[in-house]
Design a protein around this ligand. Structure first.
Ligand SMILES: Cc1ncc(COP(=O)(O)O)c(C=O)c1O
Length: 370
């Protein structure tokens, strides 16, 4: 699915030098690379301010803490996402309210959002799934009319755009993950909160560093330890310099898949909404008999993944939210039909052709059998 070693080999000299610099400095916590990476990533997104944290799950959880989300509050989100989106809500004591997604982009359906907002709603939390930005103009407009803030879950969407504006600037704030397989991935866990609201980012920073005040042992609010570590920041600074070309290489491979798979029977290809640019974190097709196709590709030595096999409103861990099968028909059918094909910047174009040919031949044989 991804080849992190191929990526490391492209930038080995730069990464090794950056790591050596941190080892020599021994500033493993809150070293200068952390502040520099925060500035550089915020600028890359086009935002004013950023705070590095330990991972993308904490980025979400800390944002909700900083918004003051708590028991008696509702957060409107989607269910076809990684469990972290829901965890952040329940861990803050609030109730997730799930809305179904648009069947073309698989992101929050603004038409369903309005009805889901109640006087208890504290926040709307759309997810830019697979790197495609949710319909933020509509979502921010609807939420704004109701006086509710919007937080982007941009864990999969470094560089996704709407009308030339990048994820991280499409709502009040955004949370990012730098899990190793992401478009911008660390060599371990890392995450970031990005916003134009510097006071909000300062609140996140305070909570992420034991609720600290001006002096080291002032602890003015209840916080935790969720700092971005310096080694990860140093690696991420190197990789950020390559992210634009890498994202272009992802797009070229997505375009190659689209050409090679055009007209394959019962294969729905990912599409971009007008004005939106995906970061192409994942190339996800929809097809009946998904499990059969996945087994066929595996037998040919082709790795694929299902993001995600179960919508989170039906995960036992989310039982407190009271979700039932049938609540979210689009999200639930996606979980039965989606399949992510290999996609990463170094993926050879002949591999794209081979994967596409196997998908097409499997589907054509299914149609012939039917
Ligand atoms: C949509 C989404 N949100 C949140 C997260 C959590 O990020 P992390 O794994 O860095 O905690 C992920 C990571 O996979 C994700 O895909």
């Amino acid at each position: 699915m991804v080849d992190l070693k191929a990526q490391y080999h492209r930038i080995r000299g730069e990464v090794d030098a950056a790591v050596a610099r941190v080892l020599e400095s021994t500033a493993f916590i809150k070293g200068e690379e952390c502040a520099l990476f925060e500035q550089e990533f915020a600028a890359w997104c086009g935002a004013r301010s950023a705070c590095g944290v330990a991972n993308g799950t904490d980025a979400l959880t800390l944002c909700l803490r900083a918004y003051g989300v708590g028991p008696a509050d509702e957060v409107v989100t989607v269910a076809n996402t990684f469990i972290a989106t829901g965890e952040a809500i329940l861990l803050n004591g609030a109730r997730p309210v799930f809305v179904d997604v648009d069947p073309v982009t698989y992101t929050m359906d603004p038409a369903r959002l309005e009805k889901a907002i109640t006087p208890r709603t504290r926040l709307v939390l759309p997810v830019h799934l697979y790197g495609h930005p949710a319909d933020m103009k509509a979502i921010v407009e609807i939420a704004g009319r109701k006086g509710v803030k919007v937080l982007e879950d941009a864990a999969q969407a470094h560089g996704a755009e709407i009308d030339g504006h990048r994820a991280g600037t499409l709502a009040h704030a955004a949370s990012f993950s730098f899990y190793p397989g992401k478009n911008l991935g660390a060599y371990g866990d890392a995450g970031m909160v990005v916003s134009n609201d510097a006071d909000f980012v300062a609140r996140v920073r305070q909570i992420a560093n034991h609720g600290g005040g001006t002096n080291k042992y002032d602890n003015v609010v209840l916080g935790t330890n969720s700092r971005l570590d310096t080694l990860q920041a140093a690696v991420l600074r190197v990789k950020l310099r390559h992210l634009d070309p890498w994202n272009r290489e992802r797009r070229e491979r997505a375009e190659a898949y689209a050409k090679a798979l055009a007209g394959a029977p019962s294969v729905v290809l990912p599409r971009e909404r007008a004005g939106a640019r995906s970061a192409w974190h994942l190339y996800t097709i929809r097809t009946p008999d998904r499990d059969g196709l996945q087994a066929h590709l595996k037998a040919q030595g082709i790795a694929t993944a299902v993001h995600y096999p179960r919508p989170i409103h039906l995960q036992p861990a989310m039982a407190a939210a009271g979700g039932k099968p049938g609540d979210l028909p689009v999200s639930e059918s996606l979980c039965r039909e989606v399949l992510c094909l290999p996609l990463y910047p170094e993926l050879p174009f002949d591999a794209v052709q081979r994967v596409a040919a196997e998908v097409r031949s499997y589907r054509e044989a299914s149609v012939a059998r039917a």
